[in-house]
Design a protein. Sequence first.
Length: 83
Amino acid sequence: MSLVGWIEGDDPELMWQERALCAQTDPESFFPEKGGSTREAKRVCLSCEVRTECLEYALAHDERFGIWGGLSERERRKLKKRA
């Protein structure tokens, strides 16, 4: 199953997920073990055309695990604190 494959339905606000590069890669790299490398996932995110939408989704839904929009959960927390 892909990273975004768990979301069902045709919600227009989630259509960006069909264009996400992570949907075409190994989802395990986006959810590394504690202390594991996030480098591979972040590299994929750098060239993804829906990176902004992905990050906005993660922030709006308080995603606590994984790499979303190129940021780890800790990086997203820091970003929320600054906002």
